[in-house]
Every structure is written in structure tokens, then in C-alpha cells.
Design a protein around this ligand. Structure first.
Ligand SMILES: Cc1cc2nc3c(=O)[nH]c(=O)nc-3n(C[C@H](O)[C@H](O)[C@H](O)COP(=O)(O)OP(=O)(O)OC[C@H]3O[C@@H](n4cnc5c(N)ncnc54)[C@H](O)[C@@H]3O)c2cc1C
Length: 412
């Protein structure tokens, strides 16, 4: 694994980095304020983020390593790394707005869809023209995805959908819902599910905000408020069913591999860098917090954990983009990240006490971002299946308790 991009001996890479950063200076200058929390996003900020997404997409920089014939950048690992590190430095998450279903749907369609479906659905996602939510969880459960009861029944050239999803979505509008449904209630588990791209404008689809369930994602990435979505005789063309009727469990292996960290990450958690700075600058009883022995111990623990989190994400990023064989690495990195975030939330509370818990920007450090991180420590254990299912997946990948180890899902 080598992330030391040697610009001195590679003028092409240096020129590319200059191009990316000059572009970001012009289009997403660092002094444009970013809200601490998508819950506090204005619609104006959402639109600003959409605009950056479309511009990045037009250049192939939104999904740099996805194939260019389907709207991705078709770029190599070096260039993808340069883009990712620069975007992170400018605090632009990828995508810059809530689009959880976009990369997952695009990858799943590229692996399991027909050529016509790839050409129709994928380019608008990869170019940042559409926003896609993932609609998986239902009131009876989320970790066990095979239990979905939202039903899709074939009706001529269409499917009719009825049921309910919960804890889904994010801030403001979306264009498509990438949705897992039950297409045969009488068939055995895993042989009864399918995936549909459901246009958000479909008649019979209604949204209900879950006001008490509001969270924030890792680093700067927006998760935002959650919703329940209801399907009442929603009609979608049969063309929108991806991967074949009742073949959805195979499609799910690709979706879940991405959702469970299989593409890795190169990200700083800026809120932690700000937390360190805050402890250096803020005085308590005449001395900076960072000179208090208890706080120093906490900062050292957070720092060590943070470096391991980054290295695991980086290692998986490298494995994925160099198409090395993969097993438990994605889920290991996700699991570590969740547990590290929870530990860090607790440590921040120990170091800052009351000030780590209040959301009033006047009191909480760093414009409220620290409190948002603390709040998300717990919420983050659940997204995309819980930390308990991370453990189950890792064990299966390692072959614990089984005769053969389970393979990782197929990726683009
Ligand atoms: C921040 C956030 C964002 C989310 N975003 C989305 C989204 O965009 N789209 C979407 O569809 N859903 C989303 N969800 C829902 C999420 O996918 C579910 O919360 C998750 O899958 C767990 O399902 P559940 O909450 O129904 O808990 P359950 O699966 O019912 O789990 C209940 C308890 O049982 C434990 N458990 C379950 N299975 C096992 C097992 N095999 N072994 C041991 N213990 C087990 C769990 O750890 C948990 O403690 C989001 C949730 C959060 C918190």
C-alpha cells in the first residue's frame, strides 16, 4: 500500500492535483460556511451542495473510479486519491449531499442490471444529476434484510408496490428510491426478494418525517433527518426491477458490500482535529485543557484510535481500487469505525463534560459539531445493520463456526 504520491518525480500527478485544487478554490471556496449538521441545513445550502455535486459529476470527479461509459470518471487510483484528499481538505463529502442510495444503486445496477438499465439509471447518478435514497429497513426489522414484507406484485408491464419503510432518507428532495421488496411471499427466505428503482414522483408514495430520529454521519458526511415512507399501490414499470425477479439476494450482496465499507475511505474526521485544537486553546483554571493530565490521557487515546480508523479505511480503499481479493476488510473497517466513534463520544464527554452535550453553538465547541459527533456515537451503531451484524459478517468471512468462509460481495 503506497499513498505517498511522489509529485516531484511525477509532474503529471502534481499538475492534476493543482487542477483539482484550483477548481475547488473557484467552485467550493473554504470560506463558504458549511452547516455543522444537516439537520440545520437550509434549503439554500442543500442547493449549493447539489450544484457542487453536478459540477463534480460533469468532470467525472464525483465517482472518479467508476467506468466513464456510464458517467464515472474512469480514473486510476492515484487520481482518485488526489481528488478524495482534496475534497476532504475542502470539507466536501462525496457526494456532498445525502445520496446514500446513489453509489449503492449505481454499483448494484452495474453488476446485476441489463445493459439498457445501466445506460438509463447509472449515468445520472454518477454525474450528480439525481439523488437516490436507499429504502431497506421496515418496522419489523432492519438487520435481517431477508424479512422484508413490502410487497411488489407483477401487473402487466408494471409492478404494484404496497408496504412501509422506516428510518430512511435524509435532507430534502430525492429523485429515486432504491428499494428492496418481497416479490413472492410464499417462496423460501432469500429466494423471494427483488430490487426496484422507484421514481420519487410516483403516485401513492408518501413521506412522514421522524422528528425524534435525527443524526449526523461520519466525518462531514450528511445523514440528516430520517423518515418513514409509505407505498400505497405505487405503480412502477417492470423495467425498473434490477437483477431479475426473486434474485434480489444476489443483488443485495453487492449493495451490502458497498454499504459495509467495502470501497474503503480516505477521510479525516475534522471535528476531532477541531476538538484537539479546542483543548489546546481553551483554558480551565488558568491552564489549557490539554495540560490537564486526565485530558491529555484522553486525547492520546482518541488520537491513537483515530489513526487506526484512518489506516483501516485507507487499506480497504487501496484493496478495492487495485482490485485485490477481499474478504472481511470492509466490514472490519466499518465495525472499528463505529466502536471508535462510540468510544470517542464517551471520551469527549469525559474531557468536556456539559459542553460536549449541549447543542447551543454559543456553548458547545466548534459551532456545535462536537455535540453532533457525540450524539451520533450511539446512532451510528445502527445504520446499515447494527454492530452486532458486523460481528456476524466478519465471523462468516473468516469461516468461524462454518466449514467454509463466506466470500465478499461482487463489486464494480
Ligand atoms: C443513522 C441511521 C441511518 C439509517 N439510514 C437508513 C437508510 O438510509 N435506509 C434504510 O433502509 N435504513 C436506514 N437505517 C435503519 C438501519 O438500517 C437499521 O436500524 C438497522 O438495519 C438495524 O435494524 P433495526 O433498527 O430494525 O434493529 P434490528 O435489526 O431489529 O436489531 C435489534 C437488535 O438485535 C440485534 N441483532 C439483530 N440481528 C442480530 C444478529 N444476527 N446477531 C446478534 N444480534 C442481532 C441488533 O444488534 C439490535 O441490538 C438507518 C439507521 C440509522 C441509525
Amino acid at each position: 500500500m503506497n499513498f505517498e504520491l511522489n509529485f516531484a518525480t511525477n509532474p503529471e500527478l502534481r499538475a492534476f492535483e493543482d487542477e483539482v485544487r484550483t477548481w475547488l478554490d473557484a467552485n467550493a471556496p473554504k470560506d463558504v460556511p458549511r452547516a455543522a449538521d444537516p439537520i440545520r441545513y437550509t434549503h439554500e445550502e442543500f442547493e449549493w451542495r447539489r450544484d457542487i455535486g453536478r459540477k463534480l459529476g460533469a468532470k467525472g470527479w464525483l465517482f472518479p473510479t467508476f467506468p466513464s461509459e456510464y458517467g464515472g470518471g474512469g480514473l486510476d487510483l492515484d487520481r482518485a486519491t488526489i481528488i478524495q484528499l482534496a475534497l476532504d481538505d475542502y470539507r466536501i463529502p462525496v457526494p456532498p449531499y445525502y445520496n446514500s442510495g446513489g453509489p449503492l444503486a449505481a454499483a448494484s445496477i452495474l453488476v446485476w442490471g441489463t445493459e439498457e438499465q445501466k445506460r438509463f439509471f447509472v449515468p445520472p447518478i454518477l454525474r450528480g444529476e439525481t439523488v437516490t435514497w436507499q429504502l431497506l429497513t421496515e418496522p419489523q426489522g432492519g438487520s435481517d434484510l431477508a424479512t422484508v414484507t413490502t410487497k411488489a406484485t407483477r401487473d402487466g408491464d408494471d409492478y404494484l408496490i404496497n408496504g412501509q419503510k422506516v428510518f430512511v432518507g435524509g435532507a430534502y428532495e430525492f429523485d429515486y428510491a432504491w428499494t428492496i421488496v418481497n416479490t413472492d411471499p410464499l417462496a423460501p427466505r432469500h429466494q423471494n426478494v427483488s430490487w426496484l428503482m422507484v421514481p420519487a414522483s410516483s403516485e401513492g408514495m408518501t413521506r412522514q418525517p421522524l422528528d425524534l430520529f435525527t443524526v449526523h454521519g461520519a466525518g462531514e458526511s450528511p445523514v440528516g433527518p430520517k423518515e418513514a415512507v409509505f407505498f400505497d399501490n405505487v405503480r412502477v414499470p417492470a423495467f425498473n426491477l434490477v437483477g431479475g425477479e426473486n434474485n434480489g439476494w444476489k443483488v443485495a450482496t453487492t449493495h451490502l458490500e458497498y454499504e459495509h465499507g467495502g470501497a474503503g475511505h480516505l477521510r479525516n474526521i475534522w471535528v476531532l482535529d477541531e476538538f484537539f485544537q479546542y483543548c489546546k486553546e481553551t483554558k480551565f483554571r488558568g491552564k489549557p485543557l490539554s495540560e490537564n493530565q486526565d485530558v491529555r490521557d484522553i486525547l492520546a487515546d482518541v488520537w491513537a484510535d483515530y489513526q487506526v480508523d484512518k489506516l483501516l479505511g485507507m487499506h480497504t480503499f487501496w484493496l478495492h481500487h487495485t482490485k485485490r481479493p477481499m474478504s472481511y476488510e470492509g466490514i472490519q473497517s466499518t465495525f472499528y469505525h463505529r466502536m471508535f466513534s462510540l468510544r470517542t463520544s464517551q471520551r469527549i464527554q469525559q474531557a468536556l463534560g456539559y459542553f460536549g452535550l449541549v447543542s447551543d453553538p454559543q456553548w458547545t465547541p466548534n459551532d456545535g459539531r462536537t455535540e453532533v459527533f457525540v450524539r451520533y456515537g450511539l446512532g451510528g451503531l445502527h445504520g446499515g445493520g447494527t454492530h452486532d451484524t458486523d460481528r456476524v459478517i466478519m465471523s462468516r468471512r473468516m469461516g468461524l463456526g462454518r466449514n467454509a468462509s463466506e466470500a465478499a460481495g461482487q463489486m464494480v
